[in-house]
Design a protein around this ligand. Sequence first.
Ligand code: SF4
Length: 376
Amino acid sequence: MTAINLLGFDLEGLVAFCEGLGEKRFRAVQLFRWIHQRGIADFAQMSDLAKSLREKLAGVAEVQALSVLSEQRSSDGTIKWLFDVGGGNAVESVYIPEDDRATLCISSQAGCAVGCRFCSTGHQGFSRNLSTAEIVAQLWFAEHLLRREGHVRDQSGRVISNVVMMGMGEPLQNYSAVVPALKTFLDDHGYGLSRRRVTVSTSGVVPMIDRLREDCPVALAVSLHAPDDALRDQLVPINRKYPIADLLQSCKQYLSAAPRDFITFEYCMLDGVNDSVDQARALVDLLRGKVPCKLNLIPFNPFPESGLKRSPRERVQAFADVLIQAGIVTTVRKTRGDDIDAACGQLAGEVKDRTRAQERMTRAPVVVHRPTRRIS
Ligand code: SF4
């Protein structure tokens, strides 16, 4: 019989599993705490569980981590892990320590079907969805490894204060696995993170944004990357299905349940493609007064197959100035871990180039549509 990986259960799932073994709810809570709060995988070490339960668990269940293919540590403290998820597939997680927080960026899929032009993962094509256990295993591994290494940041004893689902994959295209993972991150008996400190980043899967608002509203980041449909259709192909107007409407509704009173829009700055002052003005036109938001401008991480270049620093600044002067809170993301790797997804892509997506995407040029409207 295949052992069930208990990392795949949120608390309610584990309660149901334990009840199936004839155990009461409080036993599931104890087990959940051993696994997630203390990082224990060996049932024999769970000393306040009855010996009979420990033996029962050992026969049917396991706490199975992902195997690490590689680990890279940057001089700025950033750590990047490449995990083996079988079948020649690999996914990445990145730990980013800062003065006031420590963020883990995790993956939700092996590869990605959305195919954003500027994304190394998108160029690799889609392989498969990760299970809940494989998603949770990334935090479980990083949190407990870093604790053992003494990276503890506060009195709670925790290391990782924020989780962003911004690694490989489109989380909202793996919804049924992602939601129990989010619930485990938030659970007081699990990692106890507040909803403000857990962020789902989406390319704009509108129906699933609406469902997330009902099921597990955490902070939301949306990959925008263009001020108009013509350009966004090319950069973020899912825009052809869910155009900007529908996306913004869904974002606005999301705020009724969201833990923050704004949506973060991500905007990857691509030289000569989406980074002109006119396009910044079009963005202001699009967003100002429509959706409470914050803009996060991201320096593009070049990779050879993309055919795209990073915007020069002065152009990023000029773009940011237009947004800031219009009253839109705007940040420029610092590049981190530059000495350990380039674009997100690149390491995994070296493990396996699954499809001909790379070839397909590299051939198609980005046709730049220049918006003509200006704000006064
Ligand atoms: S940016 Fe996100 S949604 Fe787009 S291809 Fe990359 S992983 Fe997929």
